[in-house]
Design a protein around this ligand. Structure first.
Ligand code: SAM
Length: 319
């Protein structure tokens, strides 16, 4: 199937990388054909787009035509009400209202009617260089559910927890599949585990602080995440006892949370070595270092004025 996605403008590289990682979870047979401004044209299998954090919407491509000669579109199946909403990728002299009306006229048939307020079917008319890519919207991300899960709104909270949207993105960057095991060896309040559990991933967590372990379990129960195993202890000792994990996703401890730990380089080496032993394909972590163990980060993430964090994506079996 061919799709057009609209990426969030919150970062210049992460949204596309997240989308690519998610479409790769279904099959290796996919391709990103073109990226223009915030839109991405891609081919992929049947995807659960609702797991994405930094993609605003996805539409399935239906027909391509010239803006100057709109064909008859009655063969497109529409059940119930519909609306056409143009999205101008390039070019600014298109009258969106006029274009929507012209396409709507060609689409309308016996079994459907236009409803601009609450349509059952939304068609996007993506316009670039005189061409229209008519597409049916299959996913829209209003971001609200991420906001509802912010740390202070959960039963147990701590300011160290990442924003749920970023936590979900880290999970997605690992390419973890539904039903796989994800381990967060420094799970804290469970911010990463909640986001993984919500997309059908089985979660495992370790934290040395008993308060965090109790709070993490409480949070996971609140979000009805059933497939979970959370244990108390030092990550470096317990990683091998918690069993296999397809991916490791974590926010490494820093500041007070890292007291009495190995240095950052040692921590990363230890996670890589343990990851190899427990069959981990991908390790995604966030840290405040621009270089570690001779490795460079994949992304820089601006948290606020004085705080940049770096995202590393490693394949431990190749290191
Ligand atoms: C940055 S916080 C993780 C926050 C987490 N992502 C969340 O959503 O709450 C790091 C956590 O690592 C834990 N920690 C620090 N050193 C540890 C170690 N050696 N083994 C296990 N947990 C450790 C701390 O107790 C803290 O909860």
């Amino acid at each position: 199937m061919y799709y057009i996605g609209v990426l969030s403008g919150e970062h210049n590289k992460i949204p596309l990388a997240e989308l690519e990682a998610v479409i790769g979870t279904v099959s290796n047979d996919y391709s990103v054909m073109e990226k223009k401004n915030k839109t991405v044209f891609f081919r992929a299998g049947d995807i659960d787009f609702s797991r994405l954090a930094y993609t605003k919407e996805v539409s399935e491509m239906v027909k391509k035509f010239s803006i100057d000669s709109i064909p008859d579109l009655k063969d497109i199946d529409i059940d119930g009400s519909f609306a056409v909403r143009p999205y101008i990728i390039e070019g600014d002299c298109v009258d969106k209202r006029e274009l929507a009306a012209k396409i709507g006229e060609k689409l309308g048939g016996k079994n459907n009617y236009v409803d601009l307020e609450e349509p059952e079917n939304v068609f996007r008319a993506f316009v670039t260089e005189n061409k229209v890519f008519l597409s049916r919207k299959v996913f829209e991300n209003d971001g609200e559910s991420f906001e509802e899960r912010r740390s202070h709104l959960r039963p147990f909270s701590s300011p160290v927890s990442l924003h749920p949207k970023l936590a979900r993105c880290l999970v997605n960057l690992s390419g973890v599949k539904n039903g796989n095991f994800l381990l967060d060896p420094f799970c804290g309040t469970g911010g990463i585990l909640i986001e993984a559990g919500m997309i059908g991933v089985k979660v495992k967590g370790i934290d040395k602080d008993p308060k965090m372990v109790k709070g993490c379990i409480r949070n996971l129960e609140h979000f009805e995440i059933k497939e979970k195993e959370i244990i108390e202890g030092d990550a470096f000792e317990k990683m091998l006892t918690i069993g296999d994990a397809d991916v490791i996703v974590t926010d490494l401890p820093y500041g007070r949370a890292s007291k009495k730990n190995l240095g950052m380089e040692e921590m990363v080496k230890n996670i890589i070595e343990n990851g190899k032993k427990i069959g981990t394909d991908r390790i995604v972590f966030m840290v405040n270092k621009e270089e570690l163990c001779g490795l460079k980060p994949d992304f820089k993430y601006f948290v606020h004025r004085s705080l940049d964090r770096y995202i590393y994506i490693l394949n431990p079996q190749n290191l």
